[in-house]
Design a binder for this molecule. Structure first.
Ligand code: BGC
Length: 711
């Protein structure tokens, strides 16, 4: 955040004029949904610092009230624009973060951020509660769909890209969340304690936040949970020392929903609300989301000298900085016309990203379809369920569940609609077959089987539903629910070719369905165009390039199964499950094939601070042009603390024509090979490193790098 000296001076001047009440009001965020109307009104009149979940005209009305207050400080309006401005019906709904991560395309994800910022700005709002930088390693957790997957490097690169997209045009502020370790809660249970060491925090969970701070995020949200028993809301070491001092974060920190109140009511970490307020502010929270009693307690604490004014002044300074940097004080602040919302140009960005987000998991050669089928049976509980396809954080589920007859006002394509559009010459028939969760009746199943029997090909769409996905909706059992496995088995018995399309929030245990399918496509929550792009893929309109940002276990109890684990001792397998994951991180098929050769380093030796070039020849050995994601991993052969056998340290997506060879050059910052030692220090240890390059974890070519001196 770059502010002129003059603006900083102006802020200092404002701070000297403001009363304690006016300052604390800036630190209070209130949500329209969570309070009695009179409480909400009170904060509108007082000039509350921020409002949440207010849309369009309501925001204008609150802004007008703020303009009547003595200091005339405009509020900042926050919204959970998680995959597009998705709480607004009519805005472009992008694929979920997890789906977008399958594109491994930071440029497109940055573009998604830019589009979202434009739509949010045109709706009169200023601040998006996105991206989620949690690491999705325990897939029981209900919010894995909101992550960029399991790898800190990939999460960091994609997170920094979207922050840049949100912030670069100065239209909205980003909010990276949930700081920190939230996704790793014990048992995959949302908001529980995270039992990891500070060494682990620095090694795995902090790097994405570091990248986002470097990319200029204006705000950070504190997680619900705790790290090693210390509630994040009062974690002075991680908030004030590490985030603000060490990473140099200059924006402001907002708590998550009711964090301050929960210190007493849920976490039992303080005896009184007031103590919670004091500890939260001292630890480094600048704004309290929705613990509205915060306001009166903070004023009382400040007036009695129990909470130093230096903390309050610092918090307000940070909040005002963000408001100035967004131009909120400027009455002519750029607001884009409402017509940009859902505009054709925005839909086009969504189309490119959704295409690149599709992952082809299996293909026995049936895809792309060689000829237009006469009759296609589209079967399955998720074939025509737009709610399941959108996933969490849209107007369907937030801030309230919308009525059953609510439908998107813009264009959207479930798989059924997509197939009807793409295969317009074919006869397309549809049956649901079964429910996702319930044990539905036989008649439903038999109807689907009969339809399949009558068709030339079956497109079967299964997965999970909104009830199984999202905040507080963790799962202990990740097997396909209801009668879905039975449905695919029965369809297979018809002898018709089966293309299975998965519409789901996160990796499920799909082994049986895979065995009964001729091809499998993973779409996760594909947004408006998920169904259309799946149909296009089946028709071979373009060559799929998506790669998984997360590993798939064979059975639920294999979790965690993320790829970058430490080496074990007595073997890494269970005696009662086939070894290895069903699908690894980085995996995804294409309609062509690629061969890698000649991995070379610009230098075989290096020291801290060097940036090398790793080069490799990649040949498209098949018959179709395509995009390949070249992945680079490293392994530290011997290290003072355990290190993963493979850790991603670079990637590049390249277009290669059929039959052509491209020399791909990947930059390798040697400092990225550092480890966090037993004393929590980040060091580059001398020794031999293997640098591995390839299109997936099972086919990597290696070059050796020697690090000569200790940093
Ligand atoms: C979630 C946040 C979200 C906030 C505001 C919380 O329950 O954890 O991710 O931004 O609500 O809606």
């Amino acid at each position: 955040m770059r502010l002129s000296k003059e603006t900083e001076r102006k802020i200092t001047e404002m701070l000297s004029e403001m009363t304690v009440e006016e300052k604390v009001a800036q630190m209070q965020q209130v949500s329209y949904e969570s309070f009695r109307p009179e409480v909400f009104e009170r904060f509108c009149k007082l000039g509350g610092g921020s409002f949440l979940h207010v849309l369009g005209e309501e925001a204008d009305a609150i802004r007008a009230q703020a303009a009547q207050t003595r200091m005339k400080i405009p509020p900042i309006f926050g919204i959970d624009a998680i995959h597009g401005h998705s709480l607004l019906n009519g805005a472009v709904i992008f694929p979920s973060q997890l789906a977008c991560a399958c594109s491994w395309n930071p440029e497109l994800i940055e573009e998604m951020g830019r589009v979202t910022a434009r739509e949010v700005n045109a709706d009169g709002l200023d601040w998006v509660f996105s991206p989620v930088l949690c690491i999705g390693r325990d897939t029981r957790w209900g919010r894995v769909d909101e992550t960029f997957g399991e790898d800190p490097y990939l999460v960091g690169v994609l997170g920094a890209a979207i922050v840049k997209g949100y912030e670069e045009d100065g239209l909205v502020a980003a909010c990276v969340k949930h700081y920190i370790g939230y996704g790793e809660a014990t048992g995959g249970r949302d908001s529980y304690d995270t039992e990891v060491s500070m060494r682990k925090i620095r090694e795995v969970f902090l790097p994405p936040f570091r990248k986002a701070v470097e990319a200029g995020t204006s705000t950070v949200m504190t997680a619900y949970g705790s790290v090693s028993g210390v509630p994040m809301t009062v974690h002075g070491k991680l908030l004030r020392k590490v985030l603000k001092e060490e990473l140099g974060f200059e924006g402001f920190v907002v708590t998550d929903w009711y964090n301050v109140g929960s210190l007493r009511t849920k976490q039992k970490a303080v005896e009184s609300y007031r103590d919670g307020v004091r500890l939260a502010v001292e630890a480094g929270n600048d704004m309290s989301m929705n613990s509205y009693q915060f306001y009166d307690h903070a004023i009382a604490l400040a007036k009695s000298g129990k909470l130093s004014m230096k903390y309050i002044d610092e918090a307000v300074r940070r909040i005002l900085r963000v408001k100035f940097s967004l131009g909120l004080f400027d009455e002519s602040k750029k607001r884009l016309p409402r017509e940009v919302i859902g505009s054709a140009a925005h839909v086009e960005v969504n189309r490119r990203l959704t295409r690149e987000s599709m992952v082809l998991l299996e293909n026995n050669g049936i895809l792309p379809l060689k000829a237009q089928p006469k009759r296609i049976a589209v079967i399955g509980p998720n074939a025509d369920d737009v709610r399941a396809q959108y996933g969490d954080w849209t107007f369907f589920s937030h801030p309230h569940e919308s009525p059953a007859d609510c439908m998107p006002s813009g264009d959207y394509y479930t798989v059924l609609r997509g197939v009807r559009t793409v295969f317009s010459e074919s006869e397309v028939v549809y049956a649901k077959g079964c429910d996702v969760m319930e044990y539905s009746d036989d008649a439903m199943l038999e109807e689907a089987v009969a339809l399949a029997q009558s068709a030339d090909i079956v497109i079967c769409v299964i997965g999970d539903c909104l009830k199984q996905n999202g905040e507080s909706r963790d799962r202990a059992n990740l097997e396909l629910s209801g009668r879905q496995n039975e449905l695919v088995r029965r369809l297979k018995e018809t002898g018709r070719p089966i293309v299975t399309v998965l519409v789901n929030g996160k990796p499920l245990c799909i082994g049986e369905a895979v065995r009964n399918s001729d091809a499998v496509i993973e779409t996760f929550n594909g947004g408006d165009l998920g169904g259309l792009c799946a149909a296009e893929l089946i028709a071979g309109k373009w060559n799929p390039s998506g790669k998984l940002p997360i590993s798939f276990p064979r059975v639920s109890a294999q979790i965690p199964c993320y790829y970058n684990q430490y080496p074990g001792w007595h073997g890494d397998k269970y005696m009662d499950v086939e070894q290895g994951n069903l699908y690894d991180f980085g995996y995804g098929l294409s309609f062509t094939s690629y061969a890698y050769s000649d991995v070379t380093l610009s230098s075989a030796t290096a020291k801290a601070g060097d940036v090398l070039t790793v080069s490799v020849d990649v040949t498209n050995t098949g018959g179709m042009d395509g995009y390949e994601t070249v992945q680079m991993y490293y392994s530290d052969r011997f290290s003072s603390v355990l290190t993963p056998e493979r850790q991603l340290c670079g990637f590049q997506k390249v277009f290669i024509k059929a039959g052509e060879t491209v020399r791909v050059e990947l930059p390798l910052a040697v400092n990225d090979l550092s480890l966090v030692d037993a004393w929590e220090q980040t060091v580059l240890e001398p020794g031999v490193f293997d640098i591995m390059v390839g299109g997936n974890l099972k086919a990597l070519k290696t070059a050796e790098l020697v690090i000569e001196s200790k940093s």
